[in-house]
Design a protein around this ligand. Structure first.
Ligand SMILES: [Zn+2]
Length: 390
C-alpha cells in the first residue's frame, strides 16, 4: 500500500512519541521505527535538538560498527501537570521521564460546589505560576485532567462539579500563550501506563480500563502521530435499577459496585485508608469467605461491562488497571468469566487478550504529567497555543 505523505508536524510527532515510549533510541533503529532514511532523520533531529526538545548522548553502541549517539527527549523540558481527584487538586512541574521537581496539593471541600472547585483551581494555579516565575521556567505544555470530563461536562460535570470553560479562562489569564490540554482522568491514566509502565502488555490498539475512584475506559490507538484517545464511560452501565446510588446520580451502575470507594465500603473501611495501605491492602485486610464471594460477583459484573463494551466495538486487547490487578488469579478469573458470559462468541473466539497492569491511583499528578508529555510529543513539539480537549 503506498504510504500517505506526512506533514512536518506528523513526522516530528512520530519521532517524539517513539522516543517517549522507548525512553531513547540509537539513530538506525529510530529511523526504521519512524520510516525515514537516516539522512532525513538526521535533518529533523538537528532541528529538534536546536529547539531543545531532544538530546543526544555519545555512547558506545551495542553492536559492532554501530553509531554512538543515543537520542532521547531533553530532560530539561519543563511540563506542567494539573490533576483533579476526589480529595484535592494536584499541581506539579516535571519532565519527559516523569521526574517531578515541584508538587503541591490543594484540598477540596468535603461537599464541593462549582464555585468552591473554581477557587481551588485559582489557588493551585497561582502556586504553579509563582513557582515557575520565581525560577524563570517556561512550561512547554500543561496537561489538565478532570474525572468524568466529556461531552456532558460542557454543561456541568456529573462527577466533580466544575466549570471547565471558566477554568480554561483562568489558564488563559495566568498562563497566556502556553499550550494547555484538558482531558478525562482515565485518558491520562491510559497515557501514563502506555508511556511509563515497563513491559506494558500492548503496543497496538486496545481498550484500557481503569478501576479506581471511578470505573472508565479509553480506546487506545496504535501509537504515532495521529494517536487518538477516546474515553468510554463503561462504568455507568446500569446492572440493577434499584441498586446502590452511583456518583453520576443513577442507581446500580457497575461503578457503584466496583469502584475503590464501593469496595472500601464492602471491606468496612474507607477509600483513603485503602490508598494509604497502597498495594498491600489485599494482604493486610483478611477477607471472609462471604466478602470474597461478593468481590468475585462484583468483578464478574466488571467483566460483563467490559464484554458489553467489546460487543459494541470489537477490540483484540484489554488492559485492566486498578485494585483487581492486586488480587490472585483465582479471584481475577471472575472478570474473565464475566467477559465470556456476555461477549459474543466469548473471549477465546473473539480472540481478546486480557492483561492486568498495576494500579496508578494515588500517584497524582503523575498521570497529568504523562498526558502533558504525550500532548507535546503528539504535536511534534509544535503545539497550537490554545485550550483544546484531547
Ligand atoms: Zn453511574
Amino acid at each position: 500500500m503506498p504510504e500517505q505523505p506526512r506533514s512536518r508536524r506528523q513526522t516530528r510527532a512520530a519521532i517524539l512519541t517513539h522516543l517517549l515510549q522507548s525512553g531513547g533510541s540509537f539513530r538506525p533503529p529510530l529511523a526504521k521505527a519512524v520510516r525515514l532514511s537516516e539522512a532525513s532523520l538526521s535533518r529533523i533531529l538537528f532541528d529538534l535538538k536546536a529547539e531543545g526538545l531532544i538530546e543526544e548522548i555519545r555512547r558506545p553502541a551495542p553492536y559492532v560498527g554501530g553509531p554512538t549517539g543515543l537520542v532521547s527527549l531533553d530532560g530539561s523540558v519543563a511540563l506542567g501537570a494539573v490533576e483533579l481527584t476526589g480529595q484535592w487538586l494536584s499541581v506539579g512541574v516535571g519532565n519527559f521521564s516523569g521526574e517531578l521537581r515541584y508538587t503541591e496539593r490543594v484540598p477540596l471541600p468535603t461537599e464541593p460546589t462549582t464555585e468552591a472547585v473554581g477557587l481551588v483551581f485559582r489557588e493551585a494555579l497561582t502556586l504553579l505560576r509563582d513557582w515557575t516565575r520565581r525560577r524563570r521556567i517556561r512550561l512547554a505544555q500543561i496537561g489538565v485532567t478532570i474525572p468524568g470530563l466529556g461531552r456532558l461536562s460542557v454543561s456541568g460535570n456529573p462527577i466533580i462539579p466544575c466549570d471547565v470553560d471558566r477554568i480554561g479562562e483562568m489558564f488563559d489569564a495566568m498562563f497566556a500563550d502556553l499550550p494547555v490540554a484538558f482531558t478525562n482522568s482515565v485518558v491520562a491514566h491510559a497515557t501514563f501506563h502506555r508511556y511509563r509502565t515497563e513491559n506494558y502488555p500492548f503496543s497496538d490498539a486496545h481498550l484500557f480500563v481503569f478501576v479506581g475512584q471511578g470505573v472508565a475506559g479509553t480506546w487506545m490507538d496504535n501509537p504515532g502521530e495521529d494517536e487518538a484517545l477516546q474515553p468510554v464511560e463503561l462504568g455507568h452501565m446500569v446492572f440493577e435499577a434499584g441498586g446502590p446510588r452511583c456518583r453520576c446520580g443513577h442507581h446500580g451502575c457497575v461503578e457503584a459496585y466496583t469502584s475503590l470507594p464501593a469496595v472500601a465500603e464492602l471491606l468496612r473501611t474507607t477509600e483513603a485508608e485503602l490508598l494509604q495501605l497502597g498495594n498491600e491492602w489485599v494482604t493486610t485486610i483478611s477477607l471472609t469467605p462471604r466478602v470474597r464471594q461478593e468481590l468475585r460477583q462484583r468483578l464478574f459484573r466488571l467483566g460483563l461491562a467490559i464484554g458489553n463494551t467489546l460487543n459494541v466495538k470489537p477490540c483484540r486487547g484489554v488492559a485492566v488497571s486498578g485494585w483487581p490487578s492486586l488480587l490472585a488469579d483465582d479471584d481475577r478469573k471472575a472478570v474473565i468469566d464475566g467477559i465470556d458470559a456476555c461477549l459474543l462468541g466469548g473471549r477465546k473466539l473473539a480472540q481478546v487478550n486480557l492483561a492486568f497492569v498495576p494500579p496508578s491511583n494515588g500517584n497524582d499528578p503523575q498521570s497529568a504529567l504523562a498526558f502533558a508529555a504525550f500532548c507535546l510529543a503528539r504535536s511534534g513539539g509544535m503545539p497550537a497555543a490554545s485550550t483544546e480537549a484531547a
